[in-house]
Design a protein around this ligand. Structure first.
Ligand code: ADP
Length: 642
């Protein structure tokens, strides 16, 4: 065959960044290269096995699934071969020249600044590129079913080269040309140990031809006299291939669970929680599900992650995150194996399968119950979980109406009655509620300081009512979905009126009326001045320390909601607030005084604007005209100094 010209190509920027990080910061973990390559080989076999269920021709009569390791001590190479799906010319360019995961660029740029954070890069799953930790040249010779073969070669620095190749068997050989300090990886025992340690659970046999020495024996098993030991090559299977999820809990050691988790999640850390169970009855399946300790880098992306792996009768079918678990549990890793689903249906049809829906429900119940138990029995551990995955779990309030209460029971928030960082549950809130309180009060804000600056909290403080502080963006979006917890309505401090008894209502109305009469002209003036910006100006005797505050009506959209709608390209009418003035504040009396003495004075206008801008600031909102605000404020300071 005439050798066609080699195609030279550059790596995409993100591949270069990843290579740089992998080679420089993962050095002490370089053993994992083998696990990553075996895992790719195993995925490749999963893929062809799945496709061949509906197109047997793809098998090309080669379905004795195996992953083969071979080492050449003289050439200093280690080869990982599989009879999986193989790669076409375009697959090689797309899979080994770019990184398809969404959010990769941002993640890597971030990580480059913090190269010591090995755990984070572990969460990313370094995959194929980990080869360059031990090799200074990597060759991939591959052939997809019914296709031509190609060779991909790279030194991990300058890009890669692709040339046509010869390969009779379908599948992929990854040939590592080891760096001088990595020659030990050609030792049989080294490879055997690594497979045992990291890849023992791989479903397909990982084999290696090993030289064994035999001494001829007599019928009693004794070495024959004068017999010379004979050397023979034998194929050894290195992994036990045990599907540990199929075993009983009592047969699996904590160490095995940990190793299996690390194998599944490509993680270095231990799982936070392990759920291993068997469902029987209307649907039968076995599940081994883990809650990780650390968040993956793309936790907040809703698409593209791998979730639980679905097996049907020990045949891997898919690991698409959405199939077996709702998005708000996307942090889970694990395996579900069932005998109740048909093997040879398409993934699309499978996704609408009623049995699968039952499995999904069962898993959701199991996970929520496990979390509840963890919260009750090991609160410290639960806090670890919650601080890492709480924001994702909260999405469930929006997406899973059936599970509102079960999810709400798991939620924790900061509170006005606690120190910063101390979290409270709805149940704790209910237990400590004042007898006259009928609802659960909460306040959403960007952070604790901003929340505590809310003038509206003053009345709650006076009454000694607790207010839960919801400080994550997701809170504003999902809390309206909750409405109530254990029959107690949730009420935002910044929406509408505060909860009051009839007596209090009467008293407030009276005070409002009185203030309205005392400051009639001032109220008219302020309303007129702020007319373009606010919906209404009114007095509120509920404020004690602040002169003014802004609120929205009961069903006004929250800030986060508005931002979300805007991002979705929806037109929204401009948001109008209600400005509440504190009739008992000295500033209001001073304003009325100024109005009385010099109704046309420009100062009066400036003061009104300053009060409004100040209310915007304490509500965490932006001032429209910053230059005018500064000018007015400076003028007040100058006047005060004179
Ligand atoms: P990941 O496995 O996380 O997708 P990798 O960088 O390890 O990332 O591999 C990139 C892609 O290259 C894989 O998704 C797969 O499509 C392809 N690939 C890698 N190794 C093999 C192999 N042995 N056989 C077939 N395809 C492979």
């Amino acid at each position: 065959m005439t050798q066609a010209a080699a195609e030279r190509m550059e790596f995409k920027t993100e591949v270069n960044q990843l290579l740089d990080l992998v080679v420089h910061s993962l050095y002490s973990h370089r053993d994992i290269f083998l696990r990553e390559l075996i895992s790719n080989a195993s995925d490749a076999i999963d893929k062809i096995r799945y496709l061949s269920l509906t197109d047997a021709g793809l098998l090309e009569d080669d379905s004795a699934w195996r992953i083969k390791l071979s080492a050449d001590k003289d050439k200093h190479t280690v080869t990982i071969s599989d009879n999986g799906i193989g790669m076409t010319h375009d697959d090689l360019i797309n899979n080994l020249g770019t990184i398809a995961k969404s959010g990769t660029k941002e993640f890597l740029a971030n990580l480059q600044q913090n190269k010591d954070n090995v755990n984070l890069i572990g969460q990313f799953g370094v995959g194929f590129y980990s080869s360059f930790m031990v090799a200074d040249k990597v060759e991939v010779v591959t052939r997809a079913a019914k296709s031509e073969a190609f060779r991909w070669v790279s030194d991990g620095k300058q890009g890669f080269e692709i040339t046509p190749a010869e390969k009779s068997a379908r599948g992929t050989d990854v040939i590592l040309h080891l760096k001088a300090d990595a020659y030990d990886y050609t030792n049989d025992y080294e490879l055997r140990n690594l497979v045992k340690k990291y890849s023992d659970f791989v479903e397909f046999p990982i084999v290696m031809d090993v030289e064994h020495t035999h001494t001829p024996q007599d019928e009693n098993g004794q070495p024959l006299k004068d017999a010379k030991p004979e050397k023979r090559m034998e194929t050894e299977t290195l992994n036990s291939q045990k599907a540990i999820w199929s075993k009983n809990k009592s047969e699996v050691t904590p160490e095995e669970y940990k190793e299996f988790y690390q194998h599944l999640a490509h993680d270095f850390s231990e799982p936070l929680e392990t759920m291993h169970y068997r469902a029987e009855g209307t649907i039968e399946f076995k599940a081994l599900i883990f809650i990780p300790t650390l968040a993956p880098f793309d936790l907040l992306a809703k698409e593209g992650q791998k979730g639980l792996q679905l097996y049907i009768n020990r045949v891997f079918i898919m690991s698409d995150a959405k199939t077996l678990i709702p998005p708000y549990l996307r942090f889970l890793k694990g395996v579900v194996d069932t005998t109740d689903l048909p093997l040879n249906v398409s993934r699309e049809i499978l996704q609408q399968n009623a049995q699968l829906e039952k499995i999904r429900k069962n898993i959701v119940n199991k996970v929520l119950a496990t979390l509840k138990e963890m919260k009750e029995k090991d609160y410290e551990k639960y806090l670890k979980f919650y601080r890492t995955f709480g924001a994702v779990l909260k999405e469930g309030l929006h997406y899973d109406h059936d599970k509102h209460e079960a999810i709400a029971e798991l939620l924790l928030y900061e509170s006005t009655t606690q120190e910063a960082g101390v979290l409270r549950s709805f149940d704790q809130y209910l237990a400590d509620m004042k007898p006259e309180q009928k609802s659960i009060s909460f306040l959403t804000a960007e952070d604790r300081n901003q929340a505590l600056a809310a003038p509206r909290l003053e009345a709650y403080k006076t009454k000694g009512w607790e207010v839960l502080l919801m400080l994550e963006t997701i809170d504003e979006i999902v809390i309206p979905d909750l409405f109530e917890f254990k029959q107690k309505p949730l009420r935002s401090v910044n929406h509408g009126d505060m909860e009051m008894s009839d007596d209090e209502k009467r008293q407030v109305e009276e005070e409002k009326k009185k203030a309205g009469e005392t400051y009639k002209e001032l109220l008219e003036y302020v309303s007129k001045q702020l007319e373009p910006d606010v919906q209404e100006v009114r007095f509120s005797p509920r404020l004690t320390e602040s002169p003014a505050c802004l609120i929205t009506e009961d069903f006004g959209l929250s800030r986060a909601m508005r931002e979300m709608w805007k991002a979705m390209g929806r037109e929204l009418p401009p948001q109008k607030f209600i400005l509440e003035l504190n009739p008992n504040h000295r500033l209001i009396a001073a304003l009325a005084n100024l109005q009385h003495k010099a109704p046309m004075d420009g100062k009066l206008q400036d003061f009104v604007r300053l009060i409004y801008d100040q209310a915007l600031l304490s509500a965490g909102l932006k001032i429209k005209d910053m230059a005018a605000f500064t000018r007015r404020l400076n003028q007040v300071l100058v006047d005060a100094g004179q």
